[in-house]
Design a protein around this ligand. Sequence first.
Ligand code: ADP
Ligand code: MG
Ligand code: MG
Length: 250
Amino acid sequence: MLVIENLHASVNGKEILKGLNLNVHAGEIHAIMGPNGSGKSTLSAVLVGDPAYKIVEGKVIFEGENLLKLLPEQRSHLGLFLSFQYPVELPGVSTINFIRTAVNEHRKHKGEETLSAGEFLKIMREKQSIVQLDKNLVNRSVNEGFSGGEKKRNEIFQMAMLNPKLAILDETDSGLDIDALRIVANGVNQLKSSDNAIIIITHYQRLLEYVHPNVVHVLYNGRIIKTGDASLALELEKKGYDWLKNETIY
Ligand code: ADP
Ligand code: MG
Ligand code: MG
């Protein structure tokens, strides 16, 4: 589904990703862990096509297409979804209209009919309940005045509405209390299928107790320096990242 080869990317003239390789197949959950500043959010920004990030070298193939040539909205239509570490607020844009527009755009691109108001509401109620989102939240501006937990649950709600092929969750767990964490994890588990894949970016092992990754990677200084199974996350929790500094396997 996703193949990243020797990816180098820079921001403001500074190289952040320094030869990153990653392979994700349908049906898999990958966790990417790593210390602050290692390039995790940069990787997600590059994948969704944030124009602030410059590709210096390398290749990214998603669903058989050269992802790096596509505009952000084309990437989204192909089935790529990013839940941001810091979800943006959109004052004046109601959440319900925002999501409805996105869902209908996606349907048009797939050659499907747009949803009637009634159909949309029915699906929306279903998906809201997955993350136990307050029903009235969708009448407010996107993320404006939402608590940290509401923002994160709103991200998973959007993901549920769009049903992406590949979802990247950038520290969706950070700042969540244990109940919100369980709700988010439960939502992710319900959305998981053999046709889609999820990349969970996280500092901590905590979320991975509830969402079980097939593969765990360590991103350090712009490269994946170690890959293992779920036990690697536990090892990192115990030992930190410093012992990996000199690893060159990726
Ligand atoms: P992580 O998500 O792993 O904590 P980031 O990808 O956010 O790491 O950041 C990696 C490095 O890139 C950091 O040193 C950060 O300061 C730098 N960086 C990220 N975005 C920018 C930017 N817009 N301008 C300058 N430096 C940036
Ligand atoms: Mg960080
Ligand atoms: Mg980050």
